[in-house]
Design a protein around this ligand. Structure first.
Ligand code: ADP
Length: 395
C-alpha cells in the first residue's frame, strides 16, 4: 500500500509517499511559506529534486500541489490518487487522551482539539493539514500518530510536577514529552543493531535536532523524557531555552517590559544556542564561529553539550543503569564533535568512543569500542516510516 505521510506545521508541510510493502520512499518533499508566497519541493525516488515557486495561500492549495506533483505524467510516482491507500498524519499533542495512534474520525478530531490548549503552536496547524487532506481525499482512511503517545508509559513519579495536585486534576498540568515517534523508532533499531531483546534493554536516546530531547527507555517503554507539558522544557535547543528557573520569567518580564506571552516567546524563539551565541541556531554555523574564535559560540556549544551530559546522567540513575546510548536527528546524526564532547564526560559509565567510527555520518553505526561498557550508537531517525507503519497497522 502507498501511504502518504503528512507533517503539517503552521506555514510549512513535509510529505512522503512510502510503499508499505518494501518500506521504501517513493517520493518526498515539502511545501514552504504557505500563506506567504509559497514554494514546493518535490523529489521522486531516484529522480531530480524539483523546486517550484508558486502561490499557495492555503494548506489545501499546498496539498493539491503535492497531489499534482505525485500524479504528474513525467515525474509523478502514481497514476491517480486512488493509489494512495491511506494518509498518516503526525499529530503533536494527544494529552492523556491518547495512549496509541488512532484512526481519524470527527470524534477523534474533537478530542485533538481539546488538547490544543496544551500545544497551541502545533495541534491547530496539524489539524489544518488533516482537514485539507480530508477535503481532497474524502474516501481515503487517515490515521493520527502522536508525538506524546510513546511517553504515556512514564510512571507518575516521572510525569508529575511539584505543584498543587489539583492543577493536574483540573488542568492536566504534567509532563507529556515529545519526539515519541523518533525515540520509539531509534530505541527499537538500537536493540536490533545490538541483537538484544528490546524488552530487556536500558537505552537513553538523545534526539538532538533543532528541537532536542532525551528519553530513558527501559524494557521497551519510555520511563522519562526531558520535554514536558510543552516542547520547551529540557535541553538547550536551537532557539528554545530548555530548563530555566520559573522566577527568571517574572524577572525578565519586569526588566524587559514584556508580558508573560512575550517572555515565553523569547524562550521559544530567541533563546537556546541561537540566543546564547547571537550567531545562529545551526550547529554548522556555530562550530565555524567557535573555530574562528567567537567566544559566545563556544559558550553556546558547551552549554548545549553539558545539558545533554546531565540528562544522560540523570536517566542512567533513573533506570539504575544504562546499556546503550543513542544519538539521532540533525545534530546527533551529523555532528561528530558534539558527540565526542558529550561522550568525553561519560567515561565514569565506562563509555569509550572509537574515533574512526564516530567520524562516519548519517548511517547506523556503533561508535563505541568493543570493550566499552555502555554501547554508543548513531541511529538516523525515521519518523515518517514509523508513521507509515502505524497507519498501515490501523487501516
Ligand atoms: P528538526 O527536525 O527539529 O527541524 P533536524 O533534526 O533536521 O531538526 O536538525 C536540524 C539541525 O541539525 C540543524 O539546525 C543543524 O544544527 C544540525 N545539522 C544538520 N546537518 C549538520 C551537520 N552536517 N553538522 C552539524 N549539524 C548539522
Amino acid at each position: 500500500m502507498n501511504v502518504l505521510v503528512i507533517n503539517c506545521g503552521s506555514s510549512s508541510l513535509k510529505y512522503q509517499v512510502i510503499d508499505s510493502e518494501t518500506e521504501s520512499v517513493r517520493a518526498k518533499g515539502l511545501c514552504e511559506r504557505i500563506g506567504i508566497d509559497g514554494r514546493l519541493v518535490y523529489q521522486p525516488a531516484g529522480g531530480e529534486k524539483e523546486v517550484t515557486d508558486a502561490p499557495m495561500p492555503t494548506h489545501k492549495q499546498a496539498i493539491q500541489m503535492v497531489i499534482d506533483a505525485l500524479v504528474n505524467e513525467k515525474t509523478g510516482v502514481i497514476k491517480s490518487l486512488d493509489e494512495i491507500g491511506a494518509v498518516g498524519h503526525r499529530l503533536v499533542h494527544g494529552g492523556e487522551k491518547f495512549a496509541a495512534s488512532a484512526i481519524i474520525t470527527d470524534a477523534m478530531i474533537q478530542t485533538v482539539e481539546e488538547c490544543s490548549e496544551l500545544a497551541p503552536l502545533h495541534n491547530p496547524a496539524n489539524l489544518i493539514g488533516v482537514r485539507a487532506c480530508q477535503e481532497l481525499m474524502p474516501h481515503t482512511p487517515m490515521v493520527g500518530v502522536f508525538d506524546t503517545v510513546f511517553h504515556q508509559t512514564m510512571p507518575q513519579k516521572a510525569f508529575m510536577y511539584g505543584v498543587p495536585y489539583e492543577y493536574y486534576e483540573k488542568y492536566a498540568v504534567r509532563k507529556y514529552g515529545f519526539h515519541g515517534t523518533s525515540h520509539s523508532y531509534v530505541s527499537k533499531r538500537a536493540a536490533a543493531m545490538l541483537d538484544k531483546p528490546y524488552e530487556s534493554l536500558k537505552t537513553i536516546v538523545c534526539h538532538l535536532g533543532n528541537g532536542a530531547s532525551v528519553c530513558a527507555v527501559e524494557n521497551g517503554k519510555s520511563v522519562d523524557t526531558s520535554m514536558g507539558l510543552s516542547p520547551l522544557e529540557g535541553l538547550v535547543m536551537g532557539t528554545r531555552s530548555g530548563d530555566i528557573d520559573p522566577s527568571a520569567v517574572e524577572y525578565i518580564a519586569k526588566k524587559e517590559g514584556l508580558d508573560l506571552a512575550g517572555v515565553i516567546n523569547v524562550l521559544n524563539k530567541k533563546s537556546g544556542v541561537m540566543g546564547l551565541s547571537a550567531v545562529s541556531s545551526d550547529f554548522r554555523d556555530l562550530s565555524a564561529a567557535a573555530e574562528s574564535g567567537n567566544k559566545q559560540a563556544e559558550v553556546a556549544l558547551s552549554v548545549f553539550s553539558y545539558r545533554v551530559v546531565k540528562y544522560i546522567g540523570a536517566y542512567a540513575a533513573a533506570m539504575n543503569g544504562v546499556d546503550c546510548i543513542c544519538f539521532t536527528a540533525g545534530v546527533g546524526e551529523n555532528d561528530a564533535a558534539v558527540r565526542k564532547e558529550i561522550c568525553a564526560s561519560l567515561t565514569y559509565l565506562g563509555v569509550q568512543i572509537d574515533e574512526a567510527a564516530n567520524a562516519k555520518r548519517g548511517e547506523e553505526t556503533v561508535i563505541s569500542t568493543p570493550d566499552s561498557k555502555v554501547k554508543v550508537l548513531v541511529v538516523p531517525t525515521n519518523e515518517e516510516l514509523m508513521i507509515a507503519r502505524e497507519t498501515v497497522a490501523l487501516v
